[in-house]
Design a protein around this ligand. Structure first.
Ligand SMILES: [Fe+2]
Length: 242
């Protein structure tokens, strides 16, 4: 099964008060039946939230880097000398060992995604400080015919395992090309707004907000077709076969 909604995932806690629903995780030979454990490289992808007027407990993780993406709501991110308001569309890289907190000062939930990159043996993260960037700060690009791509982070920004973290839009009634991926990479699409039909190999998924689709492997290919009258907007991360 290559589609999974966060509602299908068990809940757990991280950073004291962050409520986490892990959608996909890295394949685990010791636990081959774990649901959603289908990724080859990226360690964890979760939908998370903070309740209104709640702060996370200060936390630091020496063995992994975290990447946050704010889906909805308003918060305050603090780490070292950085104290900054964050909102929808903001990505945050939190390097290993950096103590950080996220505070929801609003009366509505703060919804966000967390990606985890565990440092491979002998690898050090290049970043030492946090990086906050909204996807709207980057210039729009186009690929695969109709993918409208806002880059957020790349390895130049300090990603360790992943090569790309993006927001991708597809306009109403448009289809990208169909292209395939082997099982030696990770590529995941998470629907933020709108919906479309994601064809992966011979599977046809109606992908709605909160649904994540993993497309490695896909033979002969995959394509996310917007068959609706509204644009769709996705969060995308990938580790390519380079
Ligand atoms: Fe693809």
């Amino acid at each position: 099964m290559q589609i999974r909604n966060w509602l299908q995932s068990p809940s757990s806690l991280t950073h004291g008060n962050i409520i986490k629903r892990e959608i996909f995780s890295k394949k685990d030979p010791d636990n081959p039946d774990k649901e959603g454990a289908i990724l080859n490289y990226v360690d964890s992808f979760s939908r998370c939230y903070l309740e209104p007027r709640i702060a996370s407990v200060p936390a630091a993780f020496d063995d992994r880097q975290l990447i946050f993406y704010v889906v909805d709501g308003q918060g305050v991110f603090e780490a070292g000398d950085v104290k900054q308001d964050v909102q929808e569309g903001d990505g945050i890289i939190v390097p290993p060992g950096l103590t950080h907190t996220l505070t929801n000062e609003a009366n509505a939930p703060l919804e966000f995604l967390i990606l985890e990159e565990v440092l491979p043996d002998g690898v050090e993260a290049s970043r030492k400080d946090a990086l906050i960037r909204n996807y709207r700060e980057s210039t729009l690009g186009q690929g695969h015919w109709t993918h409208l791509v806002h880059p957020i982070f790349s390895q130049d920004d300090g990603l360790v395992t992943m090569h790309s973290v993006l927001v991708v839009r597809i306009e109403a009634m448009q289809t990208p090309d169909t292209h395939g991926h082997d099982d030696n990479m990770d590529e995941v699409w998470y629907m933020l707004e709108g919906n479309g039909i994601h064809v992966v190999s011979q599977n046809v998924y109606r992908q709605r907000p909160g649904d994540a689709v993993s497309v490695a492997p896909s033979s002969p290919g995959h394509t996310l077709i917007n068959d609706t009258d509204e644009p769709l907007k996705t969060f995308y991360f990938a580790r390519y076969n380079r």
